[in-house]
Structure formats: C-alpha cells, structure tokens
Design a protein around this ligand. Structure first.
Ligand SMILES: O=C(O)[C@@H](CO)O[C@H]1O[C@H](CO)[C@@H](O)[C@H](O)[C@H]1O
Length: 477
C-alpha cells in the first residue's frame, strides 16, 4: 500500500536526540542525582532518557491546559471543538496527575448534560463553534440548536471515577465527588440496559458508528451497506479542512452517518423507538467490553458508598453479560468479533476492539491465551503496535483513522488487560512502542508501519495517556 502524504505539517518536537545507548534506559533519574546513577548507563544516556520523559510530560501537561475550555477539555483545537464523552473520561485521568479538583470538574461538566432518560451524549456543545460538522443546529435545528447529541459513546466514566478515587490524595473531595456522581452513573448504566438491551440479551446495542468511538472501523462496512442513504440536506464536511481526506471516513460513510442522525432526530431521539427503527444495530465489542468493566467499577463504587441495595441489580447485569459474551468469540480466528444484530451474524473484521474483552476481564483464560497469540501475529507484521485493524487483512489502511492506525487510548486499555491476564512481556512491548510513538509528537493516531504521527495534533487523550499511564509504565530496566 502506498504511504499517504500528510496535509498538516508536523512540528518538530523538542525531544532530545537519542545518543547511542543500546539497551534499556532509566527514565526515572537525572544523571546528576548522586547515588541514583545506574552502573550500566553512561551519564549521557541516563540524562537523555530522563529528559525525554520530562519533555513528554511537560508537553502533555501543556496540551491539557491549552485545550481546557473552563471545566472541560476539547479533544483538539479546530478538529473537535466541543466536549466529547469518552475523551473527557480518559482525559480526566490525565488531569488527576496535575490537579485532582480539575479532574473531577471534567466529569461533573460531562454529566451536567445528562438527559432525563439517563443517557450521556457523545458530544456536549457547551460553546458555539464553526469548525465542526455536524454541530448543534443539525442535531437540533437552526432555530433550536441542541445542547448535546442524541447518541452516546463507550461508557468509560465509571472506570474513571473509580480510578480517580483510588489515586486521590484528597480523599475527602474524592468521596464527595463519588457521592455526587454515583447516581448519575447508575442512571446511565440503567439506560444502557433498558434502551439498548430491551430484549434482555446481556449485550447492548450500538445504533450509530459514532457511538462506537471507532467510526469507520472495517467491522461496520457490512452493516453500513444495509443502511440506505436518504434524501438528506446537502452538507459540507468540516473535518476535511483539518485533516487529509485519505485519513478520514469516506463520503459514502458520512452520507450514512448523517442519514442515521436525521432519522433519529425525526423521532426526537426517543430511546424507546431508536432500538427498533435504526437500520444500523450492532453488538459493538468496544462498547460492551467497556460497559462490563464499567459495571465492575460501578459495583466497587456502590460498595464504597454502602449502596448495597443496588448490588443485586448490577450483579444481574454482570452475570447476563458473562453468559452472552462467548457468543462473540470466533474460535477459528482466535478473536472476538462484533455482531450485526439485524442479521444475527458475527462480523468478519478483526479489529483492535477484539482484544478489549481482556480490558473487561471477561475473556476466559483459554480465550485470553489465544488472543495473546493473535496479538503476537499482528505485532510481527508491523513496526509499532497495536494497529486498529488486522495488518494482514485486505482492508488494512495504515493511515485511515480506525482502519489501521494506532490509538494510544486503545493501547492503554489492551495493555491493562494483558497485564491483568499475566501477559507482561507483550504488555511491555506495547508500552515501549507507544512511548516511542509519542516521542515524535502527541497526536491523534500513528501509522503502525513507520510510526508517523497523524490526524489532529496536540491531542488531549493522547496527552492524558502519557500522564496517567506511560509515565508509570516506561521500562526502567
Ligand atoms: O470523527 C469525528 O467527528 C468524531 C465523531 O464522534 O469521532 C472521533 O473523534 C472523537 C473526538 O476525539 C472521538 O471520541 C472518536 O472516538 C473519534 O472517532
């Protein structure tokens, strides 16, 4: 496949040039600290490694501060000028490393737009902007713009709230915030159960590719083919003014994304109707894995607060999801697959979402072992991991968004899972790959074949992953 030229120029980073150190570096200590020096490293190498981490951390902090709009963080200037749901939940973990109160504020602001039925929107339009399409006047109308979208995203929030509480230095503030947020989280998770699993299958439905967070994943090619394109109003895509079209979803996909929005808008996003009327209805591995893990976190938070009455309800959700999850495993491909709920068929594509049952802790030990083997095969085909699509598949595209590029947030979720199942060396490979990638700039995604950063620059959730995860995970021996 021909490499795709970047439209946007990548600014040179301040990262120091690596001297010829060989082997592993110690990122944690400056060479100048007496007694801290590792015998096997030269002063030059040690101070290079230390400086590299410090540069990355200070760049990451600057990005969050710069993208802060007053209580919420935009993913990237221009390209994504509003508050996005799962971005904010992941970004809050980054904020927690520099300002705990600000981290809690991110969550409060996200839930400030929660719908009466419990849904938390995929985008909250706090302030007007002209740089994104479709904005509030499409989700609502020009006369009556909506304050938020009528669809959701993978529910990372409960995982974040537990994480923020556990890491908190200020436990008093943390407990107050957990008390405030718990009923809102519970109501969102109940909405998933009633609005998105009305037939009580144990697995929730995703009704729009934007809800999956992996918008143009090859997994959606098949179900999107069954979505007709309606006679929708003409529109101009804003994304293409920020990023090369060769890295974005296609026009055919956008026509269907918009068709779905207009159909949902026509019934005012009534959650009792959408499940039955949407021509796109899938069991998304990412949403279901994140929701299962989020329900584990919600259960933990309920115990923390002594809210024991809700435990049977949450346990019921966990149990039914566990019973249903193996139906998403393809033993021949040694991979989990998403499913088209309208045809009842497992979808053919192998994507990085297939590893997320590890993050959920819902894969069986045998499945986990097989997934690790699949991941090893994927990694042997690329220079850096983890590609978002099987690098050996015909529809792999190294730079097209969710059809090949590496996303730091997915790397975090998968390595968290790999470590939980004891695959430490695989996790370490992914951690050092991610660390190398971020060293060339804190971007939206990266080309797995050569590590080139791409998409939006100064990207908030990538910066947050550096602060909350990589700074602790970089190899020190
Ligand atoms: O492309 C878009 O317009 C939006 C649509 O929601 O989606 C992308 O950007 C969001 C903000 O970073 C992420 O939350 C999604 O995961 C990513 O796919």
């Amino acid at each position: 496949m021909a490499p795709v030229a970047m439209l946007s120029t990548i600014p040179a980073t301040e990262a120091p040039a690596r001297p010829g150190c060989g082997g592993a570096l110690d990122y944690s200590t400056p060479a100048a600290v007496p007694g801290a020096k590792r015998a096997d490293l030269t002063d030059e190498c040690q101070s290079y490694a230390y400086k590299k981490l410090q540069t990355l951390l200070s760049d990451s902090r600057e990005i969050l501060i710069d993208n802060d709009q007053g209580g919420y963080t935009i993913p990237a200037k221009g390209l994504y000028p509003y508050q996005w749901n799962w971005d904010s939940a992941l970004v809050a973990m980054g904020w927690a490393t520099l300002d705990e109160a600000r981290a809690w504020e991110e969550m409060t602001k996200l839930f400030s737009a929660q719908w009466d039925d419990g849904m938390v929107s995929h985008i909250v339009f706090h302030k007007p902007s002209t740089t994104y399409f479709p904005g509030p006047e499409i989700w609502g109308s020009v006369e009556k713009p909506r304050k938020s979208t009528g669809i959701t995203q993978p529910p990372v929030a409960a995982i974040t709230v537990r994480n923020l509480f556990e890491q908190a230095v200020n436990k008093e503030l943390a407990l107050t915030k957990v008390r405030e947020l718990f009923p809102k989280l519970l109501s969102w998770h109940r909405w998933f159960k009633t609005a998105r699993d009305p037939e009580n299958t144990g697995l929730v439905a995703t009704l729009h590719p934007w809800e999956s967070g992996m918008d143009n994943s090859p997994a959606w090619d098949e179900p999107l083919r069954n979505v007709p394109v309606d006679d929708i109003p003409p529109y101009v895509r804003a994304d293409l003014t920020h990023v090369n079209s060769s890295m974005r979803p296609s026009q055919a996909e956008y026509d269907r994304f918009l068709t779905l929005v207009y159909r949902f808008r026509a019934v005012d996003y009534d959650c009792n109707q959408l499940y039955y009327l949407s021509p796109f209805r899938v069991t998304d591995l990412c949403t279901n894995s994140v929701l299962y893990r989020a329900n584990l976190s919600l259960r933990w938070l309920a115990e923390l607060l002594g809210e024991l009455d809700v435990l049977p309800e949450i346990d019921g959700w966990l149990e039914s999801t566990r019973a249903a999850f193996s139906s998403l495993y393809d033993p021949e491909a040694k991979m989990f697959k998403s499913k088209d709920q309208l045809t009842g068929k497992l979808l053919n594509a192998s994507t990085s979402a297939g590893f997320l049952p590890l993050f959920a802790r819902i894969a069986t030990p045998t499945q986990a072992q097989e997934l690790a083997g699949t991941l090893e095969r994927w990694l042997s085909c690329v220079k850096y991991g983890i590609p978002s699509n099987d690098p050996e598949s015909a529809d792999f595209e190294a730079l097209r968004y969710w059809r090949g590029p590496i996303w730091a947030i997915v790397n975090w979720m998968i390595t968290d899972g790999l470590r939980a199942y004891g695959f430490d060396s695989l996790a370490q490979r992914v951690e050092s790959d991610t660390y190398e990638l971020l060293g060339s700039g804190i971007y939206e995604y990266y080309d797995p074949t050569d590590g080139k950063p791409a998409g939006g620059g100064s990207f908030s959730w990538t910066a947050a992953m550096c602060l909350a995860w990589l700074s602790k995970a970089v190899p020190s021996s």
